[in-house]
Ligand binder design. Structure first.
Ligand SMILES: NC(=O)c1ccc[n+]([C@@H]2O[C@H](COP(=O)([O-])OP(=O)(O)OC[C@H]3O[C@@H](n4cnc5c(N)ncnc54)[C@H](O)[C@@H]3O)[C@@H](O)[C@H]2O)c1
Length: 252
């Protein structure tokens, strides 16, 4: 398999999920060996990568556990000898939808722990390896909801806004190590989400706001993840790129 990620080792968090699986398969097609990580079983993603002719292993990782994320970095290094790419994709995706006054402090803490602190912990865990290599790519998955101020998902949207500040600040700190850090403002890629009962109406509404009048598919997004993870993107860092069919028409 020849591609722009030939010889690279990539960790994808939340890789058992809808988009994480697509990113894993796409990066494997581009030549990366993929460490599929998730709090739930990721064997389906490993199988999908294998079917696509790529190589992947699964590690069960809760991104809110420091022990787990350290083990993730240690085991990846033990297995493959390097870590080139971290895709911070895991999130509690819009799992609770309600007016902001109904969110409890515990729900807020849990959202922020998975969606924002988890990214810090994963980056912190892979950093010593990337620093030693003097190269690395960190791709943080944010959401266009923070640009449009989507109501009824306050902790999620707040965490995804935090991801942009995290990306910019970390990019500045890691520039001296030749490590790039970028974010993607992901538009709507509808799929069944537990706790979300109005996906059809939301899809119609969002499509009305998009410049491109069709529903986004994972393959509309994964190539940008792979690009930001590749050597081709070596001069891009600290950026937030919207991949959303023209939903928001400016960067983060
Ligand atoms: N689908 C969309 O329309 C959309 C829009 C904007 C942003 N995004 C972002 O894209 C990413 C992927 O979303 P998706 O639509 O594939 O959702 P998904 O729910 O299918 O995937 C999220 C994955 O994260 C995992 N996860 C949850 N908590 C975890 C934890 N503590 N540790 C490790 N893994 C954990 C879940 O098990 C799941 O497999 C998320 O960051 C999401 O915010 C998605």
């Amino acid at each position: 398999m020849a591609g722009r990620l030939e010889g690279k080792v990539a960790i994808v968090t939340g890789a058992a999920g809808y988009l994480g699986m697509a990113h894993s398969v796409h990066m494997a097609r581009e030549g990366a060996r993929v460490v599929v990580t998730d709090i739930i079983d990721g064997q389906k993603t490993v199988d999908a990568v294998t079917e696509a002719g790529g190589e992947a292993i699964f590690q069960r990782v809760d991104v809110t556990s420091w022990d787990d994320v350290q083990r993730m970095a240690d085991d990846t290094r033990a297995e493959y000898g390097r870590i080139d790419i971290l895709v911070n994709n895991a999130a509690l995706v819009a799992n609770i939808q309600k007016p902001w006054t109904e969110f409890t402090p515990d729900e807020w803490d849990r959202n922020l722990a998975v969606d924002l602190k988890g990214m810090f912990m994963c980056a912190r865990a892979v950093y010593p390896t990337m620093q030693q290599q003097r190269s690395g790519r960190i791709v943080n998955i944010s959401s266009g909801t923070m640009m449009i101020g989507m109501p009824n998902f306050l902790p999620y949207v707040s965490a995804k806004a935090g991801v942009i500040g995290f990306t910019r600040s970390l990019a500045t700190e890691l520039g001296t190590d030749n490590i790039t850090v970028n974010a993607i403002l992901v538009g709507l890629f509808p799929h069944e989400i537990a706790g979300l009962d109005n996906m059809e109406a939301m899809t119609e509404m969002v499509m009305g706001m998009q410049a491109l009048k069709r529903v986004g598919q994972p393959d509309d997004l994964s190539p940008t993840v792979a690009f930001l993870a590749s050597d081709d993107a070596g001069w891009i860092t600290g950026q937030a790129i919207a991949v959303d069919g023209g939903l928001v028409r400016s960067g983060g």
